[in-house]
Design a protein around this ligand. Structure first.
Ligand SMILES: Cc1ncc(COP(=O)(O)O)c(C=O)c1O
Length: 407
């Protein structure tokens, strides 16, 4: 039995009042809060070990380098990758996807090829591919969603897996609908056709156990800040064989074996993709975050997420004049909704006055919003430190907002 309420005490930020009301933080899909162990790991690094990595042979540089590389090995374990050499540090999910689009993309795509995406994608898993399509003459096709439930129409997949498709990039958990996509099944189908796959794990990596080998994807990207780690750090998993064949992302120090005035010999992956002085404290903070999450157990976090989302669905469905988005079954820990005749931004502004932090807008999924015929939604997104009492507070605040607008 996990004492979820007690875990809140690990998060100093949660213990505060906002506009004179206790903070109810329900914007975890945007970024999670940080436990004391992560804050302490960052402080300890800067107080005791700060130095540049892979360069010096002095004690501090050795400590910084071993902390940095230990974090890489820890990410490999966190994702169940075969080796630390399959892990590239990035600024986050966005940069991981851009790295693949910028390096794997031009080498493997030509005019007439197809990049397959889903209609659920975050702009991070859309815009880089549009840019690549423009550059190469490739086209983009989409696996459709079914409507307000936000689930993929899998009956359309076989017809979309044409010989022209070279890459299938898909979100694991939708940040605006809470849909959990059957990524292992999608990757298995793609693999049968020799299609390379990328999974956007921004919303999944810190919420459920991830095993990239079981999923069978070629690439998997996630962000540290959404899994209790610092901002500005994330990781990209890439299958060894693909990474070794990919050209570098950026050029500079750290990524070379030798440089002459005329030519350069690059390091193998993953260092080939990490030019310049990297974020060093980031991986160290991320390491502490992964240890913290796995001590709780991501299978436990997932159960808690789903219970809270189920409870929130019931509470919100009981309000009159609400449109709730997302799947009825197997919903991840977030819920998007619209109150009748109230703009999502007004919901979020008034909720904020009551101490409840929500998000309102298109959630970086503008095409999906257009498809659903809305401009924006309000979204409550949960993490393991949220409680049923906070969901009750959310429902009460929404009821007050409805009353305010009805008056
Ligand atoms: C599904 C999804 N993909 C990608 C991203 C981009 O993550 P980041 O901004 O950390 O790079 C997000 C962020 O909200 C997301 O929810």
């Amino acid at each position: 039995m996990i004492d979820w309420a007690a875990l809140r005490q690990d998060f100093p930020i949660l213990d505060q009042q906002v506009h004179g009301k206790p903070l109810v933080y329900l914007d975890n899909a945007a970024t999670s809060q940080k436990p004391r162990v992560v804050i302490d790991a960052l402080t300890r690094y800067y107080e005791r070990d700060n130095a540049n990595v892979h360069r010096g042979i002095h004690e501090l540089s050795n400590r910084a380098t071993s902390g940095f590389e230990a974090a890489r090995a820890r990410v490999a374990q966190f994702l169940h990758a075969g080796s630390a050499d399959e892990i590239i540090f990035t600024r986050g999910t966005t940069e991981g996807i851009n790295l693949v689009a910028a390096t794997w993309g031009p080498k493997n795509l030509k005019a007439g090829d197809v990049i397959l995406l889903t209609e659920l994608e975050h702009h991070s898993n859309l815009v880089p591919w549009q840019m690549l399509a423009q550059r190469t003459g490739a086209k983009i096709a989409y696996l459709p969603v079914t409507g307000d439930e936000g689930t993929l129409d899998l009956s359309r997949l076989d017809a979309l897996l044409t010989p022209q498709v070279k890459l299938f990039s898909m979100v694991h958990i939708s940040n605006s609908m809470g849909t959990v996509n059957p990524v292992a099944e999608l990757c298995a189908k793609a693999r049968k056709h020799g299609i390379v796959t990328l999974v956007d794990g921004a919303q999944s990596a810190g919420h459920l156990p991830v095993d990239v080998q079981a999923i069978g994807c070629d690439f998997f990207a996630f962000s540290g800040h959404k899994i209790c780690g610092p901002t500005g750090i994330g990781a990209l998993y890439g299958r060894q064989e693909l990474l070794q064949a990919m050209p570098p992302y950026q050029g500079g120090g750290e990524m070379i074996l030798s440089v002459g005035y005329d030519q350069t010999e690059f390091k193998p992956a993953p260092h080939r993709f990490e030019a310049g002085t990297p974020d060093i404290s980031g991986p160290i903070g991320l390491h502490a975050a992964m240890d913290y999450l796995d001590a709780i157990g991501r299978e436990n976090i997932w159960r808690h997420d789903q219970e809270l989302a189920g409870y929130a669905s019931e509470k919100l469905a009981a309000l009159n004049g609400i449109r709730v988005f997302g799947p009825k079954q197997n919903r991840a820990g977030l819920i998007s909704f619209l109150l009748k005749d109230v703009h999502a931004h007004d919901v979020v502004t008034l909720a904020d006055q009551a101490g409840v932090a929500l998000r309102g807008g298109h959630h970086c999924t503008q095409p999906l919003m257009h498809k659903l015929g809305v401009e924006s939604t309000a979204r409550a997104s949960f993490y393991f430190y949220n409680t049923p009492a906070e969901v009750d507070r959310l429902a009460d605040v929404l009821r007050e907002i409805q009353k305010f607008f009805a008056a």
